[in-house]
Design a protein. Sequence first.
Length: 194
Amino acid sequence: MVCERAFKGKCLTCFPRSFVCIDIETTGLSPLYDDIIEVSGIRVCDGKITGTFSETINIHRPLPPFITALTGITDNELSKSNSAENVLTRFCSFVGGDILLGHNVNFDINFLYDKCLDKTGILFENDFVDTLKIGRRLLPQLKHHKLDDLADYYNIPPRTLHRALGDCEMTVNCYFKMLDEIQDELTFTTKRRK
């Protein structure tokens, strides 16, 4: 397993309108010891959703009960899923070379980098934008900046389970709400200078 990520993409400071929003569900917090059990992506082109990807992964071992309670993903569901090699190869093809977007996305990127290299030999080297960093800068008044906190602030309906595609949808919605605020602030500042 790779620990040093020499070809990892860069965290960008920009506000793209075209990207692939990604999210994963895992058996734990360590790419070294834990596995990806679900991977999802939403392709956005010029502000419009143009495609989705979502698959679970057969890890060939029982899930920790905590993970099943958190995600609703069951051992039975995973037993019918494809291997990490097959799913991650298709996911990398879906993502291509696009900019990635996610909430606390470094977690997802590190897992994907290590598992893609280990299972498929593919270098997962896309640059990425982190909506957690945007939220912290834009909304300093919030006590916490978890995805659920941003969704609550923007009146986006709460999720019942942590599932990768649902988290991608929530992230995209929060991101565009933040973009609206940034645009409003830029417009206001420009008018004041005139």
